[in-house]
Structures are given as structure tokens and as C-alpha cells.
Ligand binder design. Structure first.
Ligand code: BV8
Length: 262
């Protein structure tokens, strides 16, 4: 893998426009559960129980929220608190350094994340596009006003919106994109702009099965970009990328940064 690390470091050193796509895997080493795969053993005991009762793919839908606003709100508030308590890992901080190095030589760096945990921002990344929104922020189902709940668990599930006191149906929902919902227009616009000039695309910690994010690498490759994947497991894109680094992002990315420093 050393040769591959050096190869990717050279790609990063010379790229004019870097696009990084991350998924739940980059936050796994921060103790946050991924959506698919990964063993329960790596989770703290209190996180295992609640997760076993729920299937995230079924819960991350408007239909699930409409059918059981209390249960879905409780699950999301529990995840929200887990994200607030989590700390960035060396994978997140390495990407922040790669962004700083790109900026220092006026190269473009765009981080497209499917994650809703805001750990990239906590690690110091600046140009972050939240494709699937953020669990740290919630919004009123009636007037769409956004709120950022505090560090304590929400007092009630679902939580009534204080912005629409006379509307009995106004409750808070997580400001995330559920399956079947469109991605934010601004996120898609920023993605299109970044992919148009991208000459290096890094896919990190994603199973590459959720669309439209899973298709971005094809757009980049079609525009002539070099492509790299970092994942301990094979995914549907592993055979198409120029360099496939089979490993954990919290271990591989620091080695790439070491090569850049060298
Ligand atoms: C939409 C927010 C249209 C909520 C999430 C085309 C083809 C097929 C299907 C579709 C299609 N177009 C649309 C669809 C439907 C659907 C979809 O893609 N379904 C899939 C399941 C087939 N897409 C949608 O519905 C999207 N909306 O297209 O709207 C539209 C247009 C106009 C008007 C109306 C509608 C919306 C998709 C967004 C859904 N929301 N999250 C929440 O968080 O609760 S998706 C959810 O999955 C998370 O965001 C998650 O990040 C994301 C993707 O998963 P991954 O990040 O890849 O995580 P996963 O667990 O799968 O994999 C982890 C990986 O990490 C693994 O590979 C593992 O090996 C690796 N790993 C583990 N440890 C490490 C590691 N890697 C590195 N280091 C480690 N240590």
C-alpha cells in the first residue's frame, strides 16, 4: 500500500480541483454507527440497544415520521446527542489538513458529505456541502424555521414548534434529507459546480449505493478526473477507480498526509 499512498499523495499535490465524497464510514472511528454492515461490538452498550430495535433505512423516511413522529423523533434525538458527543477522528482532521494545503496553493477543495454529524466542520473543514442535511439542526414542519436544540435530550417527542403556537400540527423534524426527499437545491448546485472542474475525486467511507451521491464519481471520471476510493471493504465502485486503498480512513488518510508533509 505504500506505493499507492505515495501515488495518491502525488495526485493531491498536483490536483487543481479536488472533490471528496464522504459517507458514514469516515465517522465510524468516532464511534458513530454506519448504516450498513459494521458490527455492533464497536458501539458503546447504550448505543447498541436502541439501534437494534430500529432499521435506519426504514426510519429515514417521511412515511416513518408521519406514522410515528414520537418514535422517529426519539431515535433522531438519540442520534443527535451521539453526534454532539462525538469527536472528529484522524480521518476528519487529515481531510482538514489536505484542504488547507490545497488552499495554500490556490487549488480548489470541495467536501461533499452524506453525513449529518457535522464532524468535518468540527475538524476544521471549511468548504463542506451537506448533501443530506444535518441532524444537529431541526426545523418546523409548518413554517420551516430552523432551530438548533441544546445538549440535553428533547423534553418531549415529538417536540412542538414554538414558532407556530396556534398550529396544532406544527412539530420539529430533523433537518436531514430522508429517502424519497430531494437533496437541497444549493447542495446540488455546489456539487455540479465542483464536479465540472474536478480533476481528482476521492470517495471515502461510503458504500456507494445511495443516489444521487453514488453517481457523482461517474460524473467526475467522465470529466477526466483521477478517482480514488478509501474503504476497508469492496464497493460497487472499487473496480472502476484508479486507486483503491483497502483500509480504514482514520489510518489511511494520516499516512497520505505524512507523505504530503514528506
Ligand atoms: C432522491 C440522511 C429524488 C438521514 C440519508 C437511483 C437509483 C437507485 C435508487 C435511487 C436513485 N435515485 C433515488 C433513489 C432512491 C434513494 C436511494 O438511493 N436509495 C438506495 C438505498 C437504493 N435516494 C433517495 O431517496 C435520495 N433522494 O433521490 O430524491 C427526488 C427528486 C425530486 C423530488 C423528490 C425526490 C435521498 C437519499 C438521502 C437519504 N438520507 N441520510 C439520516 O442520516 O438519517 S442516506 C444515509 O445513507 C446516510 O446519509 C448515509 O451516509 C448514506 C449513505 O450510506 P453511507 O454513507 O455509504 O453509509 P453505509 O453505512 O451505507 O456505508 C458505510 C461504508 O463505510 C461501508 O462501505 C463500510 O465498508 C465503510 N467503512 C466502515 N468503517 C470504515 C469505513 N470506511 C472507512 N473507514 C472506516 N473506518
Amino acid at each position: 500500500m505504500d506505493d499507492q499512498i505515495d501515488q495518491v499523495a502525488e495526485m493531491i499535490r498536483t490536483a487543481e480541483s479536488i472533490v471528496v465524497l464522504t459517507g458514514a464510514g469516515i465517522s465510524a472511528e468516532s464511534g458513530l454507527r454506519t448504516f450498513r454492515g459494521a458490527s455492533q461490538a464497536d458501539l458503546p452498550a447504550n448505543m447498541q440497544a436502541l439501534w437494534k430495535e430500529f432499521d435506519p433505512i426504514k426510519l429515514a423516511t417521511p412515511e416513518a415520521f408521519d406514522a410515528d413522529p414520537a418514535g422517529v423523533s426519539k431515535w433522531y434525538d438519540w442520534r443527535r446527542l451521539g453526534c454532539l458527543a462525538a469527536e472528529p477522528n484522524p480521518g476528519h482532521t487529515s481531510l482538514a489538513e489536505i484542504e488547507r494545503r490545497a488552499a495554500a496553493r490556490s487549488a480548489r477543495f470541495t467536501l461533499l458529505t452524506q453525513n449529518v454529524d457535522r464532524l468535518h466542520q468540527k475538524a476544521g473543514c471549511r468548504n463542506v456541502v451537506e448533501l443530506h442535511g444535518s441532524i444537529i439542526q431541526w426545523r418546523c414542519t409548518s413554517c420551516e424555521t430552523k432551530v438548533t436544540p441544546g445538549l440535553d435530550p428533547m423534553p418531549a417527542f415529538p417536540q412542538r414548534s414554538s414558532c407556530c403556537p396556534t398550529d396544532q400540527k406544527a412539530i420539529l423534524r430533523p433537518d436531514v434529507v430522508w429517502f424519497g426527499e430531494a437533496l437541497p437545491f444549493e447542495a446540488l448546485r455546489a456539487t455540479d459546480e465542483a464536479l465540472a472542474t474536478c480533476d481528482l475525486f476521492l470517495s471515502i467511507g461510503t458504500s456507494s449505493v445511495v443516489h444521487p451521491a453514488a453517481s457523482f464519481i461517474q460524473v467526475a471520471a467522465g470529466n477526466g478526473a483521477h478517482t480514488v476510493e478509501i474503504n476497508p471493504e469492496a464497493t460497487p465502485i472499487s473496480r472502476m477507480v484508479d486507486v483503491s486503498l483497502r483500509g480504514k480512513s482514520g489510518e489511511v488518510l494520516p499516512r497520505i498526509v505524512e507523505a504530503l508533509r514528506g
